[in-house]
Design a protein around this ligand. Structure first.
Ligand code: AHR
Length: 322
């Protein structure tokens, strides 16, 4: 290709990119502004997620407007409305719960502001209300917890009494981690969920719910299925105070695989931790830039994750990033 043709091609590609950005209403040299509506600061997972988003925005040169909804959907809706009023380039949020998003997302759509979901999914009929969803497959996480239980108790006649510490009521991880477990154990009558209650993904909540379970069911409990590490750690405190032995007499299945979860596995108190990665910031910033450039994104970007039984905890902990 001669010099002139190469220059012409370069100019064409350049103007195509400028055109895509212009369709999106964004001049190429302008700094992108992202409005991010976070769930809250309820868990170690969430803290790591916030750090990841803030750091990645900095690294990507994106101007980040950040809000903390303190686990309340109405606060998140307010934050999204304020980002619409401020005419940010992109809105991203990790939805507290799955339902009730149509009105505010329709407002964003009418204002031509693309919306990216991170971490948690939503339940909407109109899929055009968001561009993409970046995060874990919570249903598969639940199945992984269930499969670990099946393997652990395969030679046991049962009954295997499970108490479940659920996450925030109506949230995607709470709904799906429960559904995933049920999918695996539903045809095996030896597994019985004898109690199930929300501890709102917090350590204090997990402890409080477990205190009540320990009082009511005591030594009848074989398994604690905690929807995250913070609640598992709270439940461990409650079990020990009630004279029960987490990790030995009672199997503890947990989610997230935070450093705190690993330390509890090394201490022999959590038996298995199903990974859920909060390090979504870099993927989110890439998606934000691509959306602004007018690129088509897949509707679902799923995080790769694994399962850590307590036997590998000591070896893996030094590499954990959150
Ligand atoms: O949505 C992810 C979940 O929310 C994590 O499992 C939990 O720790 C967090 O609060």
């Amino acid at each position: 290709m001669n010099h002139t043709r190469r220059l012409t091609l370069g100019a064409l590609v350049g103007s195509a990119l400028l055109f895509a950005a212009a369709i999106n209403g964004h001049a190429e040299d302008k700094k992108i502004t992202l409005g991010f509506a976070q769930v809250g600061a309820e868990s170690a997972w969430r803290t790591a997620n916030t750090v990841s988003v803030k750091q990645a925005a900095k690294d990507a040169g994106i101007n980040l407007k950040f809000s903390d909804a303190q686990q309340k959907q109405e606060n998140q809706i307010k934050a999204i409305r304020s980002y619409i009023a401020q005419k940010v380039d992109v809105i991203a949020f990790s939805p507290v719960v799955e339902s009730g998003w149509e009105p505010v997302l329709t407002e964003a759509k009418n204002a031509k502001i693309p919306v990216i979901l991170t971490d948690r999914n939503i339940d909407v009929k109109d899929q055009s209300l968001y561009v993409t969803m970046i995060g874990s497959d919570f249903l598969e996480e639940g199945r992984r917890g269930g499969r670990w239980l099946e393997e652990r108790y395969k030679n046991d006649k049962g009954p295997i009494n499970i108490v479940e510490l659920q996450g925030t009521v109506g949230s995607a991880p709470a709904n799906d981690r429960h559904a995933g477990l049920m999918e695996v154990i539903k045809n095996d009558p030896k597994f019985k969920i004898i109690a199930s209650q929300s501890g709102d993904f917090t350590l204090a909540g997990g402890k409080q719910v477990m205190e009540a379970f320990a009082k009511t069911y005591g030594k009848q409990i074989n398994v604690v299925y905690a929807h995250n590490d913070d609640m598992a750690l709270g439940a461990i405190q409650a079990m020990e105070e009630a004279g029960l032995k987490p990790g030995t007499d009672i199997s503890v299945v947990s989610f997230d695989a935070t450093k705190g979860g690993f330390e509890a596995m090394i201490a022999g108190k959590i038996n298995v931790d199903v990974e859920c990665s909060p390090l979504l910031g870099p993927q989110l910033m890439t998606a934000v830039k691509e959306v602004v450039a007018g690129k088509q994104l897949p509707k679902r970007i799923t995080t790769e994750e694994t399962v850590f039984p307590m036997s590998v905890a000591a070896q893996v902990l030094p590499q954990r990033k959150y």
